[in-house]
Ligand binder design. Structure first.
Ligand SMILES: Cc1cc2nc3c(=O)[nH]c(=O)nc-3n(C[C@H](O)[C@H](O)[C@H](O)COP(=O)(O)OP(=O)(O)OC[C@H]3O[C@@H](n4cnc5c(N)ncnc54)[C@H](O)[C@@H]3O)c2cc1C
Length: 414
């Protein structure tokens, strides 16, 4: 065999990154990308508000579990071969200058997602990758050690390949997984991740626009707890703290039908004694001042009024009058402010899928299927997903590179 016919199903971030890297590693491979939509790389173009947050410096990430609720162990290994620094260098070497923001998110210096999409498309074209749009793959079957792919459009004849990589992305509806399950792959049920919480509590409405940074949010009775900026919106709660919680607790909250209690700790203090102590200090320092006039922990004034009223204190009550019991009541209102979540909303239309092809169904070094040799998976189709901040694209680059290298190694006479 003087080359190899390779199909890549899905013309998104992972599919194109895989195609370009494979052709660079093994120019003799004949690579075809099949994309069901009329255009490719559509999510890249809308990502990061049109700017594409393509990776992260990972500074301050002490454990990958913090940013990858699913897939962190596998990614830790795969990052050794192609990690965030490699992705950064790769894009710069391929003509996309990058900038790292203060929050450690990495964007193209042009602040335009087209820079990333054009780079991937341009290199694919230059390297001779065939791209077939409007080709929705409907099924795949093993035939004599090769794979026959059938398309939804009856006018597109089926085609046979030596190797097939699935980079079909996340699918919260799970429809794409049927034929892969038939081939013996375990599917972790797909559910959405990265969303905001609907809280139909009229008292919260009065706080619309309030931001507390950092605050902590948690689901009582579970270990799910996150901290970060918290924003009160007209439908409920949003901001990094909520998005992170939605990601880590994605499966749990799905099973609850998106109805669950939420505890907000507006102080972000893990130790309630610290909060009690600082309230005691305020009582001692300002016994004659009204509660409404002195705001502990720099809490925004509307929020402080809201918490005082929840704790049953009039604004005019004096700090010196509330006593020990009152202090405990206030500390509780500040640290265990309970709401009932009823539903979820998309965050700027951004979401990723928790679930997909189980990591137990793939070889960890190559992402080749354990049941179907020659079949590979990369990107969000795998049960890997991260929080916001460029982590999802990084997972796509890393897994796509892993597959490109594994396929290239199979090709004789590179
Ligand atoms: C609005 C939005 C903004 C985002 N912003 C960011 C960001 O700034 N940073 C970040 O890290 N992540 C971001 N994400 C997440 C990120 O876009 C995804 O994690 C990433 O695109 C996954 O890449 P992928 O190639 O695996 O899947 P996709 O990019 O989803 O590509 C999969 C492709 O496969 C095609 N396909 C599916 N089924 C078939 C089939 N049967 N036959 C043929 N083709 C098929 C799809 O049409 C699609 O083009 C964002 C997501 C959204 C929705």
């Amino acid at each position: 065999m003087d080359g190899m016919d390779v199909a890549i199903v899905g013309g998104g971030a992972a599919g194109f990154f895989l195609a370009v890297n494979l052709k660079e590693l093994a120019p003799q491979a004949r690579v075809t990308v099949f994309e069901k939509q009329t255009g490719v790389l559509k999510k890249v173009l809308v990502s990061g508000g049109g700017r594409c947050n393509l990776t992260n410096s990972f500074a301050g990430v002490t454990d990958l579990k913090q940013v990858y609720p699913r897939g962190h162990q596998l990614l830790k290994k795969l990052f050794r071969a192609f990690g965030p620094e490699d992705a950064y260098r790769w894009f710069e070497a391929h003509g996309v200058p990058l900038v790292t923001q203060e929050d450690q998110c990495v964007f193209p210096a042009a602040q335009d997602a087209h820079a990333v999409a054009d780079c991937l498309k341009g290199h694919a074209e230059k390297l001779g990758v065939a791209v077939k749009t409007s080709h929705a793959v409907e099924s795949i079957e093993q035939r004599d050690g090769r794979y026959e792919i059938r398309f939804r459009d009856p006018h597109s004849p089926s085609r046979t390949f030596d190797c097939v990589a699935f980079t079909t992305g996340g699918s919260p509806r799970g429809e794409a997984f049927g034929y892969l399950e038939k081939l013996g792959h375990r599917i972790e049920p797909p559910v959405p991740s990265l969303f905001t919480f609907n809280v139909p509590d009229p008292s919260l409405r009065t706080l619309m626009g309030t931001v507390v940074d950092p605050a902590a949010v948690g689901i009582p009775g579970t270990k799910f707890r996150q901290s970060g900026a918290l924003l009160v919106t007209h439908w409920g709660l949003s901001g990094p703290a909520i998005l992170k919680l939605s990601s880590h607790a994605a499966r749990f909250v799905h099973e609850s039908g998106y109805r669950f209690p939420l505890l907000v700790n507006w102080t972000n203090e893990t130790n309630t004694d610290t909060v009690t102590a600082s309230l005691q200090e305020l009582c001692a320092r300002h016994p004659q001042k009204q509660l409404g006039n002195i705001r502990p922990f720099g809490l925004p004034s509307r929020l402080w009024q809201h918490l005082l009223s929840k704790a049953g204190f009039p604004q005019e009550r004096k700090w010196g009058e509330i006593g020990r019991k009152g202090i405990c009541k206030l500390a509780d209102a500040m640290c265990n402010d309970r709401y009932e979540v009823e539903g979820r909303s998309a965050f700027r239309e951004e979401f990723v899928t928790c679930g997909g092809i189980s990591l137990q169904s793939v070889q960890p070094q190559t992402l080749e299927s354990k049941t179907c040799p020659g079949l590979y998976f990369a990107g969000e189709v795998l049960d890997i997903d991260g929080v916001t901040g460029g982590f999802n694209f990084q997972a796509a680059w890393t897994t796509a590179y892993t597959v490109a290298r594994a396929v290239a190694e199979k090709i004789p006479n590179k």
